[in-house]
Every structure is written in structure tokens, then in C-alpha cells.
Ligand binder design. Structure first.
Ligand code: NJP
Length: 245
């Protein structure tokens, strides 16, 4: 309640659902993503439900833009308590297709985007000796699958750097909390980033079996934030009950 929360990838899916839930719980939201119309629409929706939200367009691959939105959050609300580094894309394909542009895009958004977010916020969190960094990794970062080499590698990387962030923050007594979330099949726009026809069909066939939406991931983010400040709940998988992997 009352926390200032910055969300990247807030224009759809997990980011948008989390923004809506946290706003209903009384948080003040700062929303970042590239699609301005979607952000404008979400701010209106939050305001009509009695919540508080602002937005700034953000490409997470741009380090300076990440710093700007952190400053915007502090200028608007006087402080920043939580960042949810959630922006990501999943253009799966077999390695042999050599879709190197998409490999680079995933590295840039899914890994460097998270690093840019951490770099933008860490000086503030260290100075105030509090803060909460939450990221969206993936079950693909826990278990490999054909077609998901680069996506899985980026999500594995997020897991690793978040674990080190947790350890170093603890060593430095900086009171910074961390949480990494590993979603399984959650209905969002994510599959639309797949350009390889066979991968798109394969993933659609899997996702079609399950119906749960991004509100379920939002619940987990809220749970992590709601713990007492001296308690760090750190890693969650969340997915359909009957999904075997
Ligand atoms: O997908 P989607 P999700 N700069 O496509 C944003 C992970 N995940 O909610 O910029 C800034 O609805 C994009 O905004 P825009 C997944 O890997 C999901 O499912 O306006 N933002 C949009 O808001 C990802 O990390 C599942 O196009 C950028 C958002 O990212 C996270 O969940 C399973 C951006 C993507 O929303 C949220 O994805 C799993 C950029 N350069 C992990 N590029 C699942 N859904 O099943 C993209 O294991 N965005």
C-alpha cells in the first residue's frame, strides 16, 4: 500500500495486469513501455478504478531512457520503492534458422534491458537503504527446450544476475529485496513475437491447452511486495496447475 512502483513492459500482459492489481491495492504506478497508446489507455483505466498512475514511453534497451523514467518516478511521487523489470520478448526458432537479428533483440531486451533497469535504480535504492527489484524470468530459464535456446539463455541469465544482486545487496546490508518470477504458459501477447512458423504453431498448440491469464502472475508480484520489509521471498514459478513442465 502507498508504495511507488515502476513497471517495465507495462503496456500489455503481465505488466499491465500487475499495474492494475497494485493500483487497486493503493500503490502509485509508473508505467514504461514503447506503445504510448496502450499506456495512455491503462492509465485511464487505473484512474477510473480510483488508482494513481503515470507513464513515460520507454525502450528498455536505451540505458539513458531507463535513468529518465527512474528520475520521472522520483520527481512525480518523491520516491521509488519497487521496480518490476518485466519487459521481454520470445521470438523462438531453431538455432539452425540463424535468426541472428532476433537473437540479438532478445539479448538486448531480456538481458540488457534488465541490466539497464538495475543500473538506473540501484544508486537510488542503495542511497535510501531500501528498495525491491522484481524481474520476470521464465520456466524457460529453468529448463531447456528445442526452439527456445536464446530465449532460455536470456532468462537463465536473468536468474543468475538476480541471485548475485540478492547476495551482494545482503553482503552490503543495503536492505534491497529481490524476487525473480518464472512463469509457465500465461495468456498474453507474448506468442505474437514469434516469426518462425513452426515454432509459432508449436507454442500455440501448447498455450491453447491452458487458460490462465496474467492476473495470476500479478498476484505473485503483489505477494512478494506485501511481505514485511525484513522478509525476502525470492523465487516463484507460476503456471497452470496441469502444465507438466
Ligand atoms: O507478454 P506481452 P508477457 N522496451 O507481449 C514490452 C515473460 N514470460 O506479459 O514496448 C520496453 O503481453 C512490451 O511493450 P511494448 C516474458 O518473457 C511470459 O507475457 O509496448 N518494453 C509489453 O508491454 C516477459 O519478460 C510468459 O511493445 C518492451 C511487454 O514487454 C514478461 O513475461 C511465460 C520492449 C511484453 O508483454 C512479460 O511478457 C514466461 C522494449 N524494448 C515468461 N520490448 C507467458 N506469457 O507465458 C517489449 O515464462 N516490451
Amino acid at each position: 500500500k502507498d508504495k511507488v512502483v515502476l513497471i517495465t513492459g507495462a503496456s500489455s500482459g503481465i505488466g499491465a495486469a500487475t499495474a492494475m492489481l497494485l493500483a487497486k491495492k493503493g500503490a502509485k504506478l509508473v508505467l514504461g513501455a514503447r506503445r504510448e497508446e496502450k499506456l495512455q489507455h491503462l492509465v485511464k483505466e487505473i484512474e477510473s478504478a480510483g488508482g494513481t498512475a503515470v507513464y513515460q514511453t520507454l525502450d528498455v534497451t536505451d540505458a539513458e531512457a531507463n535513468k529518465r523514467i527512474v528520475q520521472f518516478a522520483k520527481d512525480t511521487f518523491g520516491r521509488l520503492d519497487v521496480v518490476f523489470l518485466n519487459a521481454g520478448l520470445m521470438p523462438n526458432s531453431p538455432l539452425s534458422e540463424l535468426k541472428t537479428n532476433e537473437w540479438n533483440q532478445m539479448v538486448d531486451v531480456n538481458i540488457k534491458g534488465v541490466l539497464n533497469g538495475i543500473a538506473a535504480v540501484l544508486p537510488t535504492f542503495k542511497a535510501q537503504k531500501s528498495g525491491h527489484v522484481i524481474t520476470t524470468s521464465s520456466v524457460a530459464g529453468l529448463k531447456a527446450y528445442p526452439g527456445g535456446a536464446v530465449y532460455g539463455a536470456t532468462k537463465w541469465a536473468v536468474r543468475d544476475l538476480m541471485e548475485v544482486l540478492r547476495m551482494e545487496s545482503a553482503q552490503e546490508n543495503s536492505h534491497i529485496r529481490t524476487a525473480t518470477i518464472y512463469p509457465a504458459a500465461i495468456r498474453t501477447e507474448l506468442l505474437e513475437t514469434i516469426t518462425d512458423t513452426e515454432s509459432a504453431k508449436g507454442m500455440a498448440a501448447i498455450y491453447d491447452q491452458y487458460q490462465i491469464g496474467p492476473d495470476r502472475v500479478a498476484n505473485v508480484v503483489a505477494f512478494a511486495i506485501d511481505q514485511p520489509e525484513d522478509t525476502n521471498v525470492n523465487e516463484f514459478t507460476v503456471g497452470p496447475t496441469d502444465q507438466p513442465w
